[in-house]
Design a protein around this ligand. Sequence first.
Ligand code: ADP
Ligand code: ADP
Length: 225
Amino acid sequence: VPQVELSSVSKQYGNGRAILDSLTLSIAKGEFVSLVGPSGCGKSTILKLVSGLSPTTAGEIHVDGMSPENARETMSFIFQEATLLPWRTVRQNVGLGLELERVPRERRHAKVNSLLDLVGLSHVGEAYPRELSGGMKMRVSIARALATGPRLLLMDEPFAALDEISRDRLNEELLRLREEQKWTVIFVTHSVAEAVFLSTRIVVLASDPGRIHADVAVDLAYPRT
Ligand code: ADP
Ligand code: ADP
């Protein structure tokens, strides 16, 4: 059973033009799928539909066999801008989802510590977001997204606002995490190099209206340096 399944999905906002036209896409557990294609072809729209933030106009989407609305707890979303709460420390930002899930304090603290360790931020747990660089904020966002153990991670150009060095480091980090954690990921990027580096599969979209132009497996033995 695929983890994410889009069957003949079409999307139109209001009574505007068709953004997606009868798109069918099936993603298995553990795949890291990058969506690439010209600006405006509907990449972010696909994430909004899969996450249930926006309804389809036609067709069906299933995540873990459920409708997106019912599968929300299985997913985490990472946006281009790290959206951290400014009045909460790094630790408190990472722990937020666990607090909402009423995870007992001791287990919560242990989890927060291991996540900070995972993204290399143990030394800034007590800092506030304004004290961090863009790359560090993005790491906090990643740690926060991972806190609730999502089975599906949706990322929308997460590194677009970062300088090249931070972006390269985070790409390395993400690759390592991907190999360790076995999530399923849908990753929107305008960088084909980034897609090749990170993905197990690249879906190229064409616009007007958005449809799949190419769908290729990435050879994991591809030399990375
Ligand atoms: P991409 O991520 O590939 O750049 P998007 O999915 O963001 O593309 O957008 C696809 C098209 O849908 C664009 O023409 C955009 O203007 C339009 N669009 C996106 N969101 C909305 C919205 N909420 N209302 C109306 N049009 C939208
Ligand atoms: P508490 O959860 O002990 O009442 P705070 O309200 O300051 O403390 O903490 C809020 C968030 O920060 C929680 O998600 C908690 O897990 C995390 N946190 C606080 N202190 C620690 C700590 N010493 N180690 C790990 N996580 C911590």
